[in-house]
Ligand binder design. Sequence first.
Ligand SMILES: [Fe+2]
Ligand SMILES: [Fe+2]
Length: 280
Amino acid sequence: MFALPWTTRVRVPPGERPPIEVRRPAFDVPEDAPKYFFRGEKGVTALLYALSAVFPDGERMFIEAVRANQDGTSDPALRRAISAFVAQEAQHGRVHEAYNEYAKRRGFDVDPISAGVRRRTAAMKAHLPKVVRLAATAALEHYTALMAEVVLGDPRFADGVPEAHARLWRWHAAEEAEHKAVAFDLLAEVSGSTYVRLRSYAFTSVMFPTLTALHTLHLMSKDGTLTDPRAHLGLLRFLFVDPGLIPRLLPGWLDYLRPDFHPWDRDDRELLREFRAGLA
Ligand SMILES: [Fe+2]
Ligand SMILES: [Fe+2]
């Protein structure tokens, strides 16, 4: 078995993982917040709205995949975690639907993106076995958990961002961190195959970054910023330098390849403690 030097090997035991708490924040982003809310960066703002555009239908697919497989476990703790996961993701969908409507009012053409996600998730449901849909969910949940680590752990992510926007992203990030192992644990019970897990991860690792890039360019094109070199430079800076999303995600991306990987090998307890302290 190969080892990656930068990954944690101390798995947070089930009894010490933070609770999966369902919060119901109101959507409260003011209409007069700056259009390019991420420090005036046109490309980065498009990227964030492109991510938001896929969440409601993407998360409905996660819920469907987990529910379709939930009879595969009789573990009462995992069944409780599944209920909390479903409630959190349903709430994320509702808030991001409001956020997407807001994005439209600010001039971002998110509808074709959401429609594309709806078409693809319907095709997945029609043509892929439920265990494969669950493996895809576990893979995408790893992506959201890694992004959550950056959002919660790096104060630069909220630097110069209006509080209501930052609060929405931090809330979603915290709940992604809380429920990051649910689809994974269910997959381990119903399949247990590293091949099934990693085949979906490989597929997801091509599709998710490619579609995110295309969605971002679509929003920039409709917004008239596609030919603005500063918009692209700002986006590249965000992705590679400050906060440097891609190099920050890379070690965690590799982590998933370990045959004995578990999401709680990455200890997010301190980040979640800080998030809760910020709410109190
Ligand atoms: Fe979510
Ligand atoms: Fe999630």
